[in-house]
Design a binder for this molecule. Structure first.
Ligand code: HEM
Length: 510
């Protein structure tokens, strides 16, 4: 060690600086409470190299040594990880407000996006206002019910595309195998679009649509990349991996596209055309007009950002959940058969399963809960940030600490979930455990002030898509592949995706 210090004087200077900052931060802890326990970190980099490829799995393992609340240093960022139902309950019940801010990734500060964003913005009056509009539009059953026919059309389109793709594969001498993720992604994208804008966004006739869709996909890829500037804020100006620059390029296109839609709608409203729509965009514009002089008025730029954000928040989360769900069902043909039998019994085969049928399909509902338990799309929720020094479970949590709630670990806690790694929908049949944020051992949509705005919509989309896919098709693996050998590895992007996309053969049911 001594020789390396002599060889690299700059390194020793930086280490000394880091140790000094560490010493100062300890002095600053005026609280009599200790910081949460955690693995010791290296100077400067802290625990970055302990994270591994899949951090939520690493944190889960650290629990055995350090308990359910862990403190780490990721570069220069204080980071607390909460990973038991009891600790999550304490957080959401007692510290929801002091921990209500978000930590914005550097990539999403491009073009001032974070300032108009709900999902990564601070917990301001503006954020509360947009959440209130979103809650009315997306969470209230009556509103979501009004758009049932729009969603049904998206599902019908998806089934049509799948049939065509199978036919094409067979024409080319193939087995009829398809890769499901793409269909699910486009369907989710369209469903969100339909609900917010009362129109199909991915209309094949709109040339621009596919450009926009491509920009959307690439944008999500850039945002999902780990960024060194998030660990070392002093590197932000340099953007060493070019992540912010690339994010900005695609974001600009997407904002341009969304702002065209907003402007068109404003023109329609100004021309006094008969009001044909009464959707999320109208609700945002109403709020913008009413509060023109208010402190928290919704500017046009913010309306555009919020609109885009619903696509970001609602598309990949939903499609990933459905893909994991279909993977589990192909792995567990008995469960698939039970759902098909239930649909046949309740709905029959002569009419299509509809959203209104879902409440009469308890086995399907239990299966979707089991999918959400084992595969929470945002595995550590969206990171929160402490607004002030806070006492939490007997520990001191300094202001500006990033907080992860490891839902993935909580959903696998053997104390709460017997045989936690097995896929067993039956566990939910006689249980009142729900996913709406009141049971802290099951939080796939988060909980508290920053919980998911699209919970009702997302849940219905997952249930209806799976029900329709199973009612229409039987699903088989390609020749020679065995369910027990299916690749279940996870991959981190913006959501927790399947590392190897699901490839299956749909067979039309007679
Ligand atoms: C199965 C589908 C979905 C899953 C699993 C999911 C999951 C989540 C989770 C875990 C969070 C973070 C909650 C927290 O930190 O406590 C979140 C936030 C959010 N979700 Fe969803 N989501 C889904 C669908 C949707 C849909 C369809 C929309 C909108 C159309 C949406 C919009 C949002 C927004 C705007 C936020 C940010 C809320 C805030 O920070 O205040 N989500 N979602």
């Amino acid at each position: 060690m001594a020789w390396s210090f002599a060889l690299f004087p700059w390194l020793s200077a930086l280490c000394a600086l880091a140790l000094f900052i560490n010493f100062l931060s300890k002095l600053k802890n005026k609280s009599s409470k200790p910081l949460p326990p955690g693995p010791p970190g290296w100077p400067l980099v802290g625990n970055i190299f302990d994270l591994g490829e899949i951090p939520h799995q690493t944190f889960y393992k650290l629990q055995a040594q350090y308990g359910p609340v862990i403190m780490l240093k990721l570069g220069s960022i204080n980071t607390m990880v909460v990973q038991s139902a009891e600790a999550a309950s304490e957080l959401f019940k007692k510290c929801d407000l002091p921990f209500a801010d978000r930590k914005a990734p550097d990539s999403l500060t491009a073009l001032g996006y974070n300032q108009g964003s709900v999902a990564i913005g601070v917990y301001s009056g503006y954020c509360r206002k947009v959440r209130r509009i979103g809650t009315t539009e997306f969470l209230v059953n009556k509103r979501v019910n009004a758009s049932i026919p729009l969603r049904q059309k998206c599902i019908d389109d998806m089934i049509g595309w799948i049939k065509k793709d199978v036919a094409k594969s067979k024409e080319n001498g193939g087995s009829g195998e398809i890769q499901l993720d793409w269909f699910l992604f486009v369907t989710s994208f369209n469903t969100v679009g339909n609900l917010m804008l009362s129109r199909e966004v991915m209309d094949a006739k709109l040339d621009k649509a596919s450009d926009i869709f491509d920009a959307f996909v690439v944008f999500l890829e850039w945002v999902g990349k780990p960024n060194v500037a998030d660990f070392f804020p002093f590197l932000k100006w340099m953007d060493p991996q070019g992540i912010k620059r690339n994010t900005a390029t695609y974001l600009e296109r997407l904002l341009g596209f969304a702002s065209e839609i907003v402007k068109e709608r404003i023109e329609e409203r100004e021309l006094g055309k008969e009001k044909k729509t009464n959707d999320f965009l109208d609700a945002l514009l109403d709020e913008g007009e009413v509060n023109e002089k208010g402190v928290d008025k919704l500017s046009l730029k913010n309306i555009t950002i919020v609109l885009l954000e619903m696509f970001f928040g609602g598309t990949e989360t939903t499609s990933t959940t459905i893909e994991w769900g279909m993977t589990q069902l192909v792995r567990h043909p008995n469960t698939m058969k039970k759902i098909q039998d239930e649909i046949d019994r309740v709905v029959g085969r002569t009419r299509k399963v509809e959203e209104n049928d879902l409440s009469n399909l308890p086995y399907l509902q239990a299966t979707v809960k089991e999918i959400l338990r084992l595969h929470p799309a945002i595995q550590m929720l969206l990171p929160r940030n402490s607004i002030e020094d806070t006492e939490f479970m007997g520990y001191f949590v300094p202001k500006n600490t990033q907080i992860f709630v490891n839902a993935w670990a909580i959903h696998r806690d053997p104390v709460v979930w017997p045989d936690p790694l097995s896929f067993k929908p039956e566990r939910f049949l006689d249980s009142d455990i729900d996913f709406k944020g009141q049971h802290f051992d099951m939080i796939p949509f988060g909980s508290g002030r920053r919980s998911c705005l699209g919970l009702t919509l997302g849940h219905r989309m997952v249930c209806l898509s799976i029900a329709s896919l199973l009612q229409t098709f039987d699903w088989k693996l390609p020749d020679g592949a065995k369910p027990e050998d299916m690749d279940m590895r996870e991959m981190l992007g913006l959501t927790l995706r399947k590392k190897v996309p699901l490839k299956v053969i749909p067979i039309l049911r007679e």
